[in-house]
Design a protein around this ligand. Structure first.
Ligand code: MEV
Length: 328
């Protein structure tokens, strides 16, 4: 039996635009997914996920799902989650040069599903690490990131960036631009507050929506390159540890994401509640449509304000973590 864990992430800047080759800066956070893998004597795959949703679910696989799990999240999200696990196992088999093997897989996650905190990337990264170790092969974090990217890209119909998976595998703050990925310095004490509306967005659909907009309107492709410019300024602010400037740029980034149609009423409410409470800045994080916002506030004001904001189910602090994928 082997257990590995990998962190979730927030995007300080650049989600969506990164799909079109612009830079993005996600940062790994302490909230993690832990995946335990045990090889079976047959070739079946059995997945149980306790904390991925409030109710948890168990799905038995024999190549395909044999039952419909009774869970409190849209069926499409569960199917996507299962595709991620199935494809991660296929990557592990390929990396370990094993033709077929069955596994008992148990997933525990602090990261809500589809909420913009990188749950799928963390699960895929931890699954590849645990399954390859279980088969006697140890991969570098870079190779895990690369294999995890291919999983996300397949599940997201060829429209994924390397950002989520590279960040989860490596930990810390990273910069991703096309195929070029690297770790960067960020202040370790960024005062991150997360607001969660209890919902989720369908990353594939949201990414496709931005693509349609970009194909139809010049303003959308201009917006995407403006996000790229903003990310470059954000990198300078990060290097200088200028939290106020980082917050200001996060506010602008949120406005640009709204223009691309990926915000929602509850995300907007939470962003405004954070700003009114005096946060340096606030924006949605990840694909959008619902899920989480990220704000910067060293005081308790934003967390308290979010707790009383209609549509906000949970508000909590998150710390950056330097620990990427690791065996537990
Ligand atoms: C999703 O967490 C981030 C997106 O930029 C998609 C991706 O980068 O693959 C929306």
């Amino acid at each position: 039996m082997t257990t590995s864990s990998a962190p979730g992430k927030i995007y300080l800047f650049g989600e969506h635009a990164v799909v079109y080759g612009e830079p993005a800066v996600p940062c790994a956070i302490e909230q993690r997914a832990r995946v335990t893998v045990e090889q079976r004597s047959d070739t079946a795959l059995r997945v149980s996920a306790d904390d991925l949703t409030l109710d948890g679910f168990t799905v038995e696989y024999d190549g395909a799902a044999t039952g419909v799990p009774d869970v409190d999240v849209p069926q499409a999200l569960v199917e996507a989650a299962m595709s991620y696990v199935q494809d991660a196992i296929n990557q592990a088999l390929d990396a370990a040069d094993v033709e077929d093997a069955g596994f008992e897989i148990s997933i525990e996650s602090d990261i809500p599903l589809g909420a913009g905190l990188g749950s799928s990337a963390a699960v895929v990264v931890a699954t590849i690490d645990a399954a390859t170790r279980e088969l006697g092969t140890v991969l570098s974090a870079e190779e895990i990131a690369d294999r995890a990217y291919h999983v996300e890209n397949t599940v997201q119909n060829g429209e994924a960036s390397r950002a989520d998976t590279f960040c989860s595998a490596m930990g810390g703050a990273v910069r991703v631009e096309g195929d070029s990925c690297g770790c960067i310095n960020a202040p370790s004490d960024l005062p991150i507050v997360i607001g969660y509306d209890g919902g989720s967005g369908d990353t594939g659909k949201l990414v496709a929506g931005v693509r349609d907009l970009r194909n139809e309107y010049t303003f959308a492709s201009d917006t995407i390159s403006t996000i790229g410019d903003l990310v470059r300024r954000g990198e300078t602010a990060l290097a200088e540890g200028d939290t106020e400037r980082i917050g200001e740029l996060m506010n602008i980034n949120h406005g640009l994401l709204s223009a691309l149609g990926v915000s929602s009423r509850s995300l907007a409410n939470m962003v405004w509640a954070a700003r009114d409470a005096g946060a340096h800045g606030a924006k949605l994080t990840g694909a959008g449509g619902g899920g989480c916002i990220v704000a910067l506030d060293p005081t308790d004001e934003t967390e308290t304000a979010l707790q009383y904001t209609p549509g906000c189910e949970r508000a909590f602090r998150a710390e950056l973590t330097e620990t990427g994928v690791t065996q537990v």
